[in-house]
Design a binder for this molecule. Sequence first.
Ligand code: NAP
Length: 297
Amino acid sequence: MTGRWDGRALADSLLEAAQRSVEFGRSEGARPPALLAVHTGEASPFAFYLRQQRKAAGRAGIRYTDETLAADASSTSLRARLREIDSDPTIDGVLLEHPLPEHLGFLSAVSTLRLEKDVDGVGASSLGRLVAGQPIHAPAVARAAVLLARHHGGDLVGRRVAVVGRSGTVGLPLALLLVARGLGAEATVTIAHSRTPNLAAALAGSEVIFTAVGTPGLLDRTNVPRGAAVVDVGLSSVPDESAPSGQRAVGDANSESLEGWASALTPVPGGVGPVTVATLMENTVHAWSLLGRGLPT
Ligand code: NAP
């Protein structure tokens, strides 16, 4: 029997905790926390997440605004705009959608933000703090995946886990968070990527597999060891005539193949996604506290 590690209840409890912190701050005269999402437009594949972010922010009491990049934006104009936002005292957290078109230079753009405002935790300084084991904001997706695994699967200390994917925004921060001392995981970590010649051999012996690739169906019973749990960070759209939009979201795990083989799977949608959105809100409330909550100093 394969368990379902759903993320919705955990996301709800994170949002409730964030809302309590906001209420407490407001009772002391603080303004609401403010989160700004910068993205390439409502037609982007992440439009669904923008809607989820707006909804989650509303529940937590966070003022959420978003800004669409001009179609002719350059890396220089994007960095200049982010520097302006960075010095705006009415904004606590900034979320720059990723992946961005390559010419906009995601890493150098997001790295113009001060550590406190980088609520996605993926700028160069944020990643440096993570390597040093002292993040200001743990990368939101990575933290969400670890929280979800621990919520359902218990302690990860010393356990054999694998991360499939090594991008600078998802896979690598996740591996760093899983191995870091004192940040709640301290697992024994294997990292696999597109140059890994034999995925099954790399994953052999893993108790929990975190996958962040973006290839539907990559993980199945030919490469996942029997009894492992799969935490699916992957998110892709596939055609589905029965869906109103003609498409549906899927992860990297082939759930049909893994049913009855894996010990647990996280659903897509409804697994890592909602916890990621809630973690972003948690990080925004943290940023608001660090930056003084708009109260006079
Ligand atoms: P990415 O930059 O394209 O990175 C994909 C990674 O997968 C790369 O490290 C790549 O290896 C590796 N890879 C590709 N083919 C592989 C294979 N056959 N075997 C093993 N590894 C392979 O993507 P990303 O930005 O990290 O995002 C990963 C996935 O997470 C995407 O589906 C994205 O939509 C999803 N995502 C989900 C959330 C959420 O909240 N649930 C948030 C953000 C992203 P190389 O480095 O060797 O190329």
